[in-house]
Design a protein. Structure first.
Length: 276
């Protein structure tokens, strides 16, 4: 899916109308099938940019086009259909704790299903092999029938990525997918994500804190600073000086290490109570 932003300003829904926009005057053109990493310090506007592209946040100024269409000029039903062609993967996947992993993964297809089919899938998963294949790309297929609340933070994050691959989206918008993953899992997750997007010709826009991973895995890098576009360059043209300027007052984020193990975020086992 092609993306075009022209002079976009956007504020958080709870912000006052006269407040400074979270992103301002952002203009970007993305071709169908491109893969782009968005980097920048915390609070630079990366997540807001994804939400604008996902039609989850309406711009307060400027124009957005998705696939040559202005989403905010469409009737409600057509806007919903357009949203169904993209997948927004937040940093913390919205996975119901008591749900089985297979159901959580196949929920990525809900926008294309009827109400009856979506309710039925809660009890009778429609494509177990498809869910297992998506999980296998992130080396977590053995958790297919586990409950979500039995997973570690890193495992939940990988399930969220598998949900994206199980969807029929032509645009992946992925927010900080490596925050709970160790270096080995991070490398595998990014490789699986970029390969899957390439196989189906889908556009991929991914925000990352891990700058070295972004430079090594994506051909094009967008740098955000204080809500504005700092640079938009091929990865090979991004210099160390540019990165230091981008993270000027937050150099600790530029050099932040990855978690040593995604098992560190494993939840404690629930207490067992015996009643008489």
């Amino acid at each position: 899916m092609k993306i075009a932003l022209s002079g976009i300003d956007s504020r958080h829904p709870a912000a006052r109308p006269d407040s400074v926009p979270a992103i301002r005057n952002v203009s970007v053109a993305i071709k169908e099938g491109e893969q782009i990493a968005v980097i920048g310090a915390s609070g630079s506007g990366k997540t807001t940019l994804l939400h604008v592209i996902a039609c989850a946040l309406k711009p307060s100024a400027g124009h957005l086009n998705l696939g040559e269409r202005d989403p905010w000029s469409l009737p409600t039903r057509e806007l919903q259909a357009l949203r169904g062609r993209l997948f927004l993967a937040p940093q913390t996947p919205p996975l119901p704790p008591r749900q089985r992993v297979v159901t959580a993964v196949l929920a990525g297809r809900l926008p294309q299903q009827s109400f009856i089919a979506s309710v039925k899938s809660l009890f009778y998963p429609s494509d177990i092999p498809g869910a297992e294949m998506a999980l296998a790309r992130f080396d977590i297929a053995e958790k297919l029938f586990d409950r979500v609340d039995r997973l570690s933070g890193g495992e939940r994050q990988r399930v969220g990525l598998a949900r994206a691959l199980a969807s029929n989206a032509s645009l992946f918008l992925v927010d900080e997918p490596l925050s709970a993953l160790d270096p080995t899992r991070s490398k595998q997750a990014i490789a699986s994500l970029t390969e899957a997007a390439k196989e189906r010709g889908a556009t991929l826009v991914c925000t990352l804190h891990q700058v070295e991973t972004a430079l090594a895995s994506f051909p094009r890098i967008i740098g955000m600073k204080d809500g504005a576009l700092a640079f938009d360059l091929p990865a090979t043209q991004v210099t160390r000086e540019m990165l230091h300027a981008l993270y000027a007052n937050k150099l600790d984020e530029l050099n932040a290490p990855m978690p040593m193990s995604d098992e560190l975020a494993r939840p404690a086992a629930p207490a067992v109570m015996h009643c008489r």
